[in-house]
Ligand binder design. Sequence first.
Ligand code: PLP
Length: 445
Amino acid sequence: VAGHPPSLGGTALSAEWFERAKKSLAGGISSSSRLTSTGPDPYPLYMSSGSGARIRDVDGNEYLDYLLSYGSAVLGHAHPALTEGLARVLASGTMFGTCNVPEVELAELIQELVPCAELVRFANSGSEAVQGAVRAARGATGRSRLLKFEGHYHGWTDSLAISNRPTPEEAGPYEAPRAVPHSPGIPAGVVDDVVVCPWNDPEALKAVFAAHPGEFAAAVCEPIVANNACGMPAPGFLELLRDLCTAERTVLIFDEVCTGFRTGQGGAQTLFGVRPDLAVFSKALGGGLPLAAFAGVREVMEPLASGQVKHGGTYNSSPLCATAGVITLRHLADPAVTGRIDATGRQIMETIRRAARDRRIPCAVQGVGAMFQVVFTPDGQPTRDYRDTFRLDRARYDAFRHELLLRGVHSNAYGLACWFVSAAVTDDELARTCEAIEESFAALV
Ligand code: PLP
């Protein structure tokens, strides 16, 4: 990639900014995952600009971006339609704390695209919107207990920051995992309200519902587990979860923060043909601005609509962010745009598979074109659940990602996260990505 140095030796300014940042920002960062996601160790890269599929760091190095602000910049960076549309809003006032027209247009677009979205509420981040969905489910059912799946991530707030990434020592028995708080500071009462189940195991799922009859307000999952190396649902598993939730009058929540509008117009629920009661969206929804939503069937959203269940937020669907959502969703509503994202990603996935096969390196590339991850499993099989990730060759992933970075390809540094693909990748940029992958595999052996 033009302007890129032969090694990451050319990132001295990032190192300097990090030293300076540590004196004012707690840990030098604004989000706990930022260091692990955006290293190279021992300092993160400081990005200063982006255009299309490329981003540039403060030292002037350019990268093809597949971190993509965790999938948010789905149309690419500084997309002209967004830049122009948002400039108009900036000039006419960004927020008034009142109702506004773009939020209505955006809610209508979501209703059109998402099967479960009979009613919509906006928020600013995925974590907030998950919290809103949990509140709605508890309010509608009058129950408080939640069912979640080991290794699934639903944001940093107390209610579901549990068993995201337990160590083998703390995780407990496979069939009945312990509920492990992700952080000190999460009260025991909150943890007691969460039951954890292994993912993709029909017998364990049936057993957990049988052990807690009529108890769960909601069962929450990532239908494609973006935060566990993009593991895919086993055939029939989402359907079983749907059936059990229906039988138990438990609200089924799909956390579509990563999959929403990215894996096709209607998100994972359309891709898999399973309709949840509630779904949570963020990332691609805002096209790079802080915007999130939870949306669902009338029965569950009604107590919120009537004002009985409370949910608020000064910044919810400001004209600035709602306009970003409208512009982004109008683009993503065109199947040619999501089709391009998917085709680009599939070519990258195939290139990784071929490069690994040629060098007899066991690995699986899992997910869909728009979001995927490479996992270096001992037998080259995809992961089924969180415990499978204990067997991954994480050092090899780190080395692969580092080789890619040296060649100007920027992806998540954390091996259990995933690659996100934008609509902005040109044929030439795709070819260069594939070349970098080939070279990186060659450097691994
Ligand atoms: N849910 C999923 C599936 C996510 O990947 C994330 C963030 O990565 C969240 C929820 C939380 O979103 P946010 O970081 O915007 O609070």
